[in-house]
Design a binder for this molecule. Sequence first.
Ligand code: BG6
Length: 490
Amino acid sequence: MKDKKVFKPCDLLIFGALGDLSRRKLFISLYRLENANLIEPDTRIIGIDRHTHDNASFVEIARNSLQAFLNEKMDDTVWSRFSARLSYQKIDLTQLDQYKQLNDVLDTKSRVSVNYFAVSPVLFKSICQGLAKSGVLTEESRMVMEKPIGHDLKSSKEINDEVAKVFSENQVFRIDHYLGKETVLNLLALRFANSIFTTNWDHNTIDHIQITVAEEVGIEGRWDYFDKTGQLRDMLQNHLLQILTFITMEPPANLEAKNIRNEKIKVLEALRPITKHNVEEKTVRGQYTSGYLKGNAVPGYLEEEGANKESTTESFVALRVDIDNWRWAGVPFYLRTGKRLHTKRTEIVIYFKQLPHNIFKDSYPRFLPPNKLIIHLQPNEGVEIEILNKVPGIDENIKIQKTKLDLSFSEAFKKSRIFGGYEKLVLEAMRGNPTLFLSREEIECAWTWIDSIQNAWAKANETPKPYPAGTWGPIAADFLLDRDGRAWEG
Ligand code: BG6
């Protein structure tokens, strides 16, 4: 039997341990990993923030967060193992001298320090400098950061430059939580482990591809962040482009991080720029007005708490994207994402080409509908293939109808636990496996493309189109496909 891989225990330092990200996501992910016995027994979790707390009150904060956000009952044994790992250090993150106290806490000989920056990027510079000054960093140390990594290419470079003064690129783990989602990773298996797809995955067989990331939530009290950001930067620059690169990249030589990243970069570099000359025909921006979601009245974007009534920030975006390379020439990609849409749904729909001729005119008088591959990323993970089948019977004519081959992951993999995105990524950061994290180059390529859209919008000076909460976005998003003789998957 192959030996189980042994990973070095960590000192996981959470900078911003009292903040929203820690309370809503990190404690929960770590607790679940504990529950699955996936955290090294000697790993410690050290919360760092500027408020005064002792270990006991920090443990209490973690417990309260779990009680508020964990959708399952806490197990006493798991909690006692988990809470024993927790401790707290008060550091004002802007005061470089205060970081030296970490020398009394960390054990850099037998543990790797994993520095999770769960704070706004404005603090990254001082954390990097404080850590460097304190002398606690070694070549093995890692830093974990997540979006927003800047709001454009320039600011993203500034952040990456600051971090690079202290951490080399192979020590930096940049999170996009979509890359931790089981179904996003399954795209690799689906594409590169199944000959039926590897040989049918280009402009010869595929007509077009749709990617939808629809959210029911609004901006959840994050007006200040979201209004400066908008849906293009908040969701498309990262999550949708990641899905797009996984769907379209060439097969990497193997699953090593550098090979996967290189293939993704090639796709990002091949994205046809959207500029002031084509922005109107290729993009739709929307902003939700008040409406109903699941029967409940919800306010419009401009009525959200703290709203500036004049805001022209988009909460919805739809794009037609073209990839200028050999494989995808002539295949349009339609991407849409928005807040306060009809339902939460993330899916990729691959429309194969129509057959040139129809011999089943009795059941389908005009043309045969194309096959579709639908990959559901959330909420119900699975894969469906829409095919045409003969209706059983002894009729004179062969009647055919659409049928679905439906593979729901929760049914097919009943015994396997499906891990959440954060769980997987936090675990991989602790293990030091960079495969699911983003390189600097990838992020900067994505920003270059997004910046040109943002600039084109600014020049067009166009206000976003209104759509009532609870719908599928502005009607203009339908025209985007209608113009090409297509329609969004219902
Ligand atoms: C985050 C965005 O990155 O992703 C949020 O900042 C968004 O605005 C969230 O709601 C969506 O994540 P998920 O996993 O719920 O699809």
